[in-house]
Design a protein around this ligand. Structure first.
Ligand code: HEM
Length: 231
């Protein structure tokens, strides 16, 4: 008698499982990004409000938790979500490329899907931006024309956007973020099988609303500083 061993399909190995993990990690990151944007809008109030918000982040639930513990739990979850998101973005990309290659005789002229290209290049732009952003506001390694003060994020934000090219870098990154959020919404609904005519308008409205909301919330800050409304 012979027994055949077949690998059980799992969340990590099936295309649908991987898409669910991408959507879940993406949703968690989006939730954090939205909270970050809303918190940052306090810069429009005044220096003490904004700085006390940054201090609140470090002292969340303290006591009973020691200072920065909750912040570190969120950071670890965020890093894990980024790792999952990037890993499955790469492996799903390679898988769909392999599927296409085997279907066509020649590979040089395979038509690139514009949404997939936007996600790939936009994702790479965002990854580069996040490193750049941490170097500016978290580690204080990049601070053109001002001195970095870890205890005074308001001062750092106003200092950073005193340079016009910094406003341009942020505008480009935030546009990439908005496009990423827009297409991300689409892929989630596609995975759920809801991309039919009935849902088309609803998805379009939600995707546009979410990406415009995030873009305008963030971009108001560099523009507010550059225009002298935040100083
Ligand atoms: C105009 C737009 C933005 C402003 C003014 C801004 C401002 C800041 C500031 C001041 C900090 C340092 C907080 C502190 O440690 O005291 C920070 C941290 C951070 N920002 Fe932003 N941010 C912006 C957009 C973004 C975007 C679009 C992303 C992600 C896509 C992002 C991701 C992060 C991350 C991951 C951290 C590190 C958080 C931590 O230390 O745990 N930021 N941001």
């Amino acid at each position: 008698m012979t027994t055949t061993m077949t690998a059980r399909p799992s969340l990590y190995t099936t295309t649908i499982g991987r898409k669910v993990l991408m959507a879940g990690s993406g949703a968690f990151i989006l939730l954090w990004v939205t909270a970050h944007m809303l918190g940052n809008l306090k810069v429009w109030l005044n220096r003490p409000e904004f700085d006390s918000y940054a201090h609140f982040l470090r002292r969340m639930l303290s006591p009973p938790f020691p200072n920065t513990w909750v912040l570190w739990i969120i950071r670890i979850l965020l890093i894990a979500a980024f790792a999952v998101h990037v890993y499955f973005a790469i492996t799903l990309g390679l898988r769909s490329r392999a599927a296409r290659v085997s279907r066509y005789e020649y590979t040089d002229h395979v038509q690139a899907d514009p949404a997939a290209l936007t996600m790939r290049w936009g994702g790479l732009t965002l990854a580069a931006f996040i490193i750049f952003h941490l170097m500016m506001f978290t580690w204080g390694w990049i601070h053109p024309g001002y001195s970095f003060d870890k205890a005074d994020p308001y001062h750092n934000v106003v200092g950073a956007f005193g340079e016009w090219w910094m406003v341009v870098i942020y505008a480009v990154a935030l546009f990439a973020l908005a496009m990423h959020v827009y297409h991300g919404f689409w892929s989630v609904f596609q995975t759920l099988g809801l991309n039919n005519r009935r849902w088309d308008r609803v998805i379009r409205v939600w995707a546009t609303g979410a990406s415009v909301f995030i873009f305008l919330g963030f971009i108001s800050i560099p523009i507010g500083v550059a225009a002298g409304a935040i100083s």
